[in-house]
Design a protein around this ligand. Structure first.
Ligand SMILES: Nc1ncnc2c1ncn2[C@@H]1O[C@H](COP(=O)(O)OP(=O)(O)OP(=O)(O)O)[C@@H](O)[C@H]1O
Ligand SMILES: [Mg+2]
Length: 283
């Protein structure tokens, strides 16, 4: 049995191919309209793995763009999986946890609580924030004249957020309680004339990571799951960003996991959901 999990996101489309319960491969393509991206992601993964299109049993679609997919696509049977459920299932599968708060950092950010009891998995959309990967891309275009995420990170790696953020050290000259001296007191609160683009980029990365880390922590804390936070999506796979997420969460008293295949968690969740339903699908 071969299933492709397909996550047609606002920025990128991800596909993952599962054969007899094992992940055989994954690819991502940049979004250029849902149908083109879906065809591209399916075409590339089958080519890469040398799998015949006709041997695919099912395409399980999720993500905002999946609304444009009908009951079959490229002659293959399709099902649609609610994105919140896919986020929860994928986050659990990749983290190995049986309960968690999964924060999906895509173009925007969605926060989901998920609990598994026996074969039953319940997911709940806790909320989220419009601050996400799209925010970085947009502000990078506006403020830094960089339209690609690679260009943005190239700048950010050469910058230092301490040159734009106001830290606790700047205000009180040392740590406050459990907060170390270099904790941000105000993002961009210390900007001076002639600030370098590199430092602005580092400050943006810091602000976006801290906002998402903080919002996720409080959502997880309200669920009693602050020690079981899982970040997924494309951005958390970038080391500099993942470090901001994990340090923000741990400073607040939580614990964050970023699974290796974080970009593919939602696509995997879609495939897992379809697999659970497989008997009824093929009746
Ligand atoms: N090659 C890349 N590696 C890591 N991050 C990237 C890459 N390209 C873009 N990004 C960042 O990741 C964001 C997209 O993340 P992701 O693919 O998880 O979102 P999406 O699933 O398309 O969006 P959503 O879930 O909100 O519909 C972009 O907005 C950008 O900030
Ligand atoms: Mg997504």
């Amino acid at each position: 049995m071969i299933i492709i999990g397909l996550d047609i996101g606002g920025s990128m489309t991800k596909s993952i191919l599962i054969e007899n319960g094992e992940i055989r491969g994954s690819v991502q393509v940049t979004a250029s309209g849902p149908l083109v991206s879906a065809a591209g992601a399916i075409g590339k993964i089958t080519e890469d793995l040398g799998v015949e299109l006709s041997s695919i049993d099912l395409i399980s679609c999720t993500g905002g763009g999946s609304r444009e997919i009908g009951s079959s696509f490229l002659g293959l049977k399709t099902v649609k999986v609610d994105e919140i459920e896919a986020i929860g299932l994928g986050g659990l599968a990749l983290s190995g946890l049986s309960e968690a708060v999964v924060s999906s950092i895509g173009t925007g950010t969605a926060i989901v609580s998920v609990r598994k009891e026996g074969n039953n998995v319940t997911t709940r959309h806790l909320g989220g924030t419009g601050v996400g990967g799209g925010t970085l891309v947009g502000l990078s275009k506006l403020l830094l004249n960089r339209s690609s995420i690679e260009g943005f990170f190239e700048l950010a790696r050469k910058g230092n957020f301490r040159n734009v953020d106001l830290t606790i050290m700047d205000i009180v000259g040392g740590p406050i309680g459990r907060l170390p001296a270099d904790t941000t007191a105000s993002n961009f609160g210390n900007v001076r004339d002639g600030t370098r683009l590199e430092d602005i980029a580092a400050g943006l990365l810091n602000m976006v990571g801290q906002v998402i880390g903080t919002v996720t922590y409080f959502a997880a804390k309200a669920e009693g799951l602050e020690k079981k936070i899982v970040f997924i999506g494309s951005l958390p796979t970038i080391k500099e960003f993942s470090e901001i997420l994990t340090s923000t969460v741990s400073l607040l008293g939580g614990n964050a996991i970023i699974p290796e295949m974080a970009s593919y968690a939602t696509a995997l969740g879609a495939a897992i959901k379809a697999k659970k339903q497989i008997k009824s699908l093929f009746k």
